[in-house]
Design a protein around this ligand. Structure first.
Ligand code: DX5
Ligand code: ZN
Length: 217
């Protein structure tokens, strides 16, 4: 499966969001990852609908919203309205996971399941077939710039086995940098969410290229 680079704009300079997005686009990224936090499911609050709506006309890149929120079902239509293309919900926060995933797809978005480092992959049983992608958290969600948890590598390998010949993609999120991108891709992930590991580097294009190539060496 083709490697996709999904910068988390949480690490961008928010006073220059339009410039940042242009720089990321020029650097050849594939998606923009939007970390939506509600202060309940995670101990932090980020941004919501008005910000997404404002950045939608700035780019043609797909907007990939990672919902770290409770009661996601209540807001699916609104995320579609403001321009999201991909939506992932946390297995820990969604009691009717198949229904939620199918609703996301009915609305015309790609549907993903996000899973915390401490949650058994067996929580995906019965829902995997309904997901376009699974987001393996490689940090506990809530903040950018945290350290990669190496246990995520085995979880990616295990998930890859569970998916077998299926088409579900594997996204990984948290602490991804040039130095660990290779092992993450070899383990079976194909979508790299990168915040500080990209926006903390001086040359976005060079870093994106290195991240993309990392799985090949
Ligand atoms: C954490 C978020 C991540 C995070 C990534 O809760 O889901 O997307 O912002 O940032 P880095 O790459 O800096 O760990
Ligand atoms: Zn995220």
């Amino acid at each position: 499966m083709s490697v996709k680079i999904a910068p988390s704009i949480l690490a961008a300079n928010f006073t220059k969001l339009a410039d940042e997005i242009q720089k990321l686009e020029k650097a050849g990224v594939d998606l923009l990852h939007l970390d939506i936090m509600d202060g309940h499911f995670v101990p932090n609050i980020t941004f919501g609908f008005p910000v997404i709506e404002a950045l939608r006309p700035l780019t043609k890149l797909p907007l990939d919203a990672h919902l770290m929120i409770e009661n996601a079902d209540r807001f699916l239509e609104e995320f579609k309205r403001v321009g999201c293309d991909w939506l992932s919900v946390h297995v820990e926060a969604c009691p009717h996971l198949n229904r939620t995933l199918n609703r996301i797809k009915e609305l015309g978005m790609r549907a993903g399941i996000a899973i915390n480092p401490g949650t058994s992959l067996s929580a995906l049983d019965g829902a995997l077939e309904d997901a376009d992608y699974v987001l393996i958290m490689s940090v506990n969600p809530g903040y950018g710039g945290q350290k990669f948890l190496p246990s995520a590598l085995n979880r990616v390998r295990e998930l890859k086995k569970m998916i077998g010949k299926g088409k579900t993609e594997i996204q990984i999120d948290g602490g991804i940098k040039e130095k660990n991108a290779g092992e993450v891709l070899s383990a079976g992930a194909n979508i790299l969410v990168v915040g500080t590991g990209l926006m903390g580097t001086p040359d976005y294009a060079k870093t994106v290229k290195a991240l993309r190539q990392a799985g090949k060496s």
